[in-house]
Design a protein around this ligand. Sequence first.
Ligand SMILES: N[C@@H](CCC(=O)N[C@@H](CS)C(=O)NCC(=O)O)C(=O)O
Length: 237
Amino acid sequence: MRYELYYWPTIQGRGEFVRLALEEAGADYVDVARRGARGMAALNRLLESGKTRSFAPPFLKTGNQIIGQTANILLYLGPRLGLAPKSESSRLWAHQLQLTISDLVDEVHDVHHPIASSLYYHQQNPDAARRAPHFTRDRLTKYLNYFESILAANSRGSRYVLGRNPSYLDLSLFQVMAGLRYAFPRTMKKRAADYPALTALAERVSGRPNIASYLASSRRVPFSEYGIFRHYPELDR
Ligand SMILES: N[C@@H](CCC(=O)N[C@@H](CS)C(=O)NCC(=O)O)C(=O)O
């Protein structure tokens, strides 16, 4: 089964959470829009056709089915890629955590786009500058404390969020930590000591062979000021 991932080709964005799962599992997939102009045309065609029934990318095509919403895609892929727990209750718990990551991602986006996604950053940077300290001081702290406490509550020998085995959640938390470090390096450096378990988890994930080779490859789109995690020094004071 070859999976087709449809996502914007020039950013990591929300698609990256799906890419990481596919890469970790060594899945047979094609990142359609990254295949040049034809791929991008295929993404636009599919979006405009209404066949996706998705509000926005990312979406995943598998056989005749098209699945949207990042957390929903991971809910589907998790068991198929060996990146989800077995029991229903654990799967729901994983999904709950992934949805919380989605909430955090939305808030990260809204730091640089507090007024409208349709406006450029420079059209709303005074509002962004007003919002940023609330994010770095309050919300980032609350989210990271939450995930740190989940890891800290794990039994000894649990190297991953859900225990001994890695899941898509670990990959997503790695991405969150990488993104926050890129976007808010000053804040993250200052707080590094507060998140030992998250820091260790992110390091463990980045050292997993398939992830390490993905990160070193040209398939990994670099962070930039076009994606969700953007570095504007004025928002990281
Ligand atoms: N909650 C959705 C959000 C999807 C989303 O906002 N996608 C962005 C790119 S990361 C997009 O293309 N949005 C277009 C729009 O909102 O009009 C998810 O997690 O997949």
